[in-house]
Write a protein that binds this ligand. Structure first.
Ligand code: TXA
Ligand code: MG
Length: 315
C-alpha cells in the first residue's frame, strides 16, 4: 500500500517488517538495520545475494557515531559538507551492527539522506534503517513510490510516498584506504568534483568488475532493462530501425522514430538528466520497441555516474 502516514510506516518497521522509503537519490527498501530478521527480509524481498552489503541510514551525526568505532577527520569534514545528502561513507563498524547488514565486512556503509519525510521517520525510530534501492536485484532503481509498488508491492506492506526523487542517482560511496586516502567505490549523486573541492585533493575511483570483493555490489551488469540494450559509442554504429527505441542526451538520433526516443535533458542539463535517467529507462522498457539504444552523456559532473549506470544497463 502507498501512503504518507509516518505512523503506519513506523509500526511496520518496529514489528520487524520492511517499508518502502523515499530519499533524494532513489527509493529504499528499509528495515531495522540492527535486527537480523528484518535484514534477512530485505535480502529475501529483493532477491539480493547475501554477499552484497546494505547502507545504514540515520538522521544525525551522533547516531552515525554510535554505529562506528572511528570517524576520521576527513570523513567528518565530508559529513559536515554533504550530509544530509547523496554521500555514503564506509567506516569501521561497532560490534552491535549485525554481520548480516555488512555481509561480514568490517566496515559499515552509513548515510544521512536528504528527504524530510524519511528524516522525520528516522527521528521517531530508536534504530537506524538498512535500505538498499527498492528494486528486484539487478533491475532499474526506483525513483517514485509507484515504481516500488509495481515491482515489490505484493511483498512490501507499506510504501511511504515522498514524491519523485530529486537527484535520481544512488549515493556516491567513499571509503578510506589503510593509508587514509579517500577512495570512491561507487560514483553517484554527489559529483566527484564537489567532493574534491571540499578536501582540496583528488580521490581514487575504484572501477567495478564482474566480481570485486571490496565493492561487492558493483557488478558490471546492473540497472538492466529486460529488453536487449546497447550502448552507442560516439553516436555511431547503431542500426537505424523503426522498431528500436533510444535513450539520448539532448538531441534525437536520426532514423529512429522520435516518439520512440526519450531525451534525458533537451537543454543539456546533467542534473536534469540524472533525475530522469531511471524512469526513462523504465518507460523505454515498457514501450513496444524491440531493442534499446543508449547514448552516453558528457563525462563530467553527474555525467560520470550517469555513464556508469548506462554502461551497466547495457552490459
Ligand atoms: O542512494 C543510495 O545509496 C540508495 C538509497 C536507498 O540510500 N541505496 C542504495 O543501496 O543504492 P544499494 O544496496 O542498492 O547499494 C549499496 C551498495 C552495495 O551494493 C555495495 O556496493 C556498497 O553499497 N556497500 C554497502 N556496504 C558496504 C560495505 N560494508 N563495504 C563495501 N561496500 C559496501
Ligand atoms: Mg541498488
Amino acid at each position: 500500500m502507498i501512503g504518507t502516514d509516518l505512523q503506519s510506516a513506523k509500526r511496520y518497521l518496529e514489528a520487524g517488517n520492511v517499508v518502502g522509503i523515499p530519499t533524494e537519490t532513489v527509493y529504499g527498501l528499509a528495515g531495522n538495520a540492527l535486527n537480523p530478521d528484518a535484514v534477512l527480509t530485505i535480502f529475501r524481498v529483493k532477491n539480493r545475494p547475501a554477499f552484497d552489503p546494505l547502507i545504514v541510514h540515520t538522521d544525525s551525526l551522533d547516531k552515525v557515531r554510535s554505529l562506528v568505532t572511528e570517524l576520521p577527520p576527513l570523513a567528518e569534514a565530508l559529513a559536515e559538507a554533504f550530509w544530509p545528502g547523496p554521500l555514503t561513507l564506509l567506516l569501521p563498524k561497532q560490534p552491535h551492527v549485525p554481520d548480516l547488514t555488512t555481509s561480514g565486512l568490517p566496515r559499515v556503509a552509513v548515510r544521512i539522506p536528504n528527504h524530510s519525510l524519511t528524516i522525520s521517520l528516522l527521528q521517531q525510530l530508536d534504530f537506524p534503517l538498512a535500505a538498499p534501492s527498492a528494486n528486484p536485484f539487478g533491475y532499474i532503481s526506483p525513483t517514485t513510490a509507484w515504481h516500488v509498488e509495481q515491482q515489490l508491492g505484493d511483498q512490501v506492506p507499506y510504501i511511504l510516498d515522498g514524491g519523485p526523487c530529486g537527484v535520481g542517482l544512488e549515493s556516491t560511496i567513499v571509503g578510506f584506504d589503510t593509508d587514509g586516502e579517500p577512495t570512491v567505490y561507487r560514483l553517484g549523486g554527489l559529483a566527484l568534483e564537489a567532493l574534491e573541492a571540499v578536501v582540496g585533493r583528488s580521490f581514487r575511483v575504484q572501477s567495478h568488475s564482474a566480481s570485486n570483493p571490496s565493492a561487492p555490489g558493483m557488478l558490471s551488469s546492473h540497472y538492466a532493462p529486460r529488453k536487449p540494450t546497447a550502448l552507442l559509442n560516439d553516436a555511431a554504429g547503431y542500426v537505424a530501425s523503426p522498431t528500436a527505441g533510444a535513450l539520448v542526451f539532448n538531441d534525437y538520433l536520426p532514423n529512429i522514430p522520435t516518439e520512440q526516443q526519450l531525451r534525458l535533458s533537451p537543454t543539456g542539463d546533467l542534473n536534469e538528466a540524472a533525475k530522469n535517467l531511471f524512469s526513462y529507462l523504465r518507460q523505454l522498457d515498457a514501450m513496444p520497441v524491440e531493442r534499446i539504444y543508449i547514448q552516453p552523456v558528457p563525462d563530467e559532473g553527474l555525467g560520470r555516474a550517469i555513464n556508469d549506470r548506462l554502461r551497466r544497463a547495457a552490459a
